[in-house]
Design a protein around this ligand. Structure first.
Ligand SMILES: [Zn+2]
Length: 273
């Protein structure tokens, strides 16, 4: 499942071809959406927002295309009249005079008015976006200490979209390792300084992953590993997917724990719990 940084980058790509341009042709291949084709034709895309794993493509006529990629959905952008080479099923096609933005395989797609967006069950339930530039450390600490979250294990909290939207499995492992916290620990058990560090690492690692196309390791470490000939999948993470490999901080073998149905990777020495 793509996490916040991947969705934000997909939104950036869609924004690059659509924002400020008139939509000259539209195809919506989902039941109930056909009737909006006419209303989106000749509209202009004003912005492409993300809320966690949802993308919101906004038009100047007040309508918003809501899409959630779930596991399989994928956006492509092309120069017209090219289409992506894929066997996936096309769900949405938005064409400007020069480019196309096309969504394949996703089934969670809606057209919303502002009122419908405000009442949308998923959007209402999710927390602040982990990549929202206005989100700061203090707001995350406040959230960690809120009654709804303070007694929950960090392992569960760091996948829960109602805590922070856009968080996900690899970010969870990387953030908790960096903060030196075990997934079983609860915010209520962590001293104030530890929570501030966790909040700072949460922001720094999510933003770094967005900037670097998914590299959560610090830039210097990633450069050194790359220079040693490591491939992207090997150098990008500090702990995620590195079972039994030595911790980059202390050399202890990394352990994989099963937390729900998703694996979390920890260093038992650096994250004693
Ligand atoms: Zn360690």
């Amino acid at each position: 499942m793509p996490e916040g940084p991947e969705i934000r980058r997909a939104a950036d790509a869609v924004a690059r071809v659509l924002v400020g341009h008139e939509i000259v042709d539209v195809s919506l291949h989902l039941p109930g959406l056909k009737r909006f084709e006419k209303r989106l034709r000749a509209a202009t895309v004003t912005v492409v927002d993300t809320r966690g794993k949802a993308m919101l493509t906004r038009f100047d006529n007040g309508l918003t295309l809501y899409s959630h990629n779930q596991l399989y959905g994928r956006w492509y952008t092309t120069r017209r009249p090219r289409l992506p080479r894929t066997r996936r099923q096309q769900r949405v096609a938005l064409h400007t005079a020069t480019h196309s933005a096309l969504l394949y395989s996703a089934s969670d797609v809606e057209i919303l008015t502002a009122t419908q967006e405000a009442r949308h069950p998923f959007l209402k339930r999710i927390g602040p976006d982990i990549l929202d530039p206005s989100l700061d450390k203090a707001a995350i600490v406040e959230r960690l200490l809120a009654a709804a979250f303070r007694n929950r294990a960090l392992g569960g909290l760091y996948l829960d979209q109602s805590f922070l939207a856009g968080n996900g499995n690899y970010l969870r492992s990387e953030i908790l390792w960096s903060a030196g916290l075990h997934p079983k620990q609860r915010p209520a058990d962590v001293p104030a300084a530890g929570l501030v560090r966790l909040a700072a690492d949460t922001l720094a690692i999510a933003r770094r992953s967005y900037r670097t196309r998914g590299v959560t390791a610090p830039p210097k470490a990633a450069r050194e590993r790359k220079a040693l000939g490591m491939r992207y999948e090997q150098y990008r993470f500090q702990v995620y997917g590195r079972s039994d490999a030595p911790c980059y901080s202390c050399g202890t073998p990394i352990e994989r724990l099963d937390s729900g149905s998703r694996a979390v990777f920890i260093c038992p020495e650096c994250q004693p719990g």
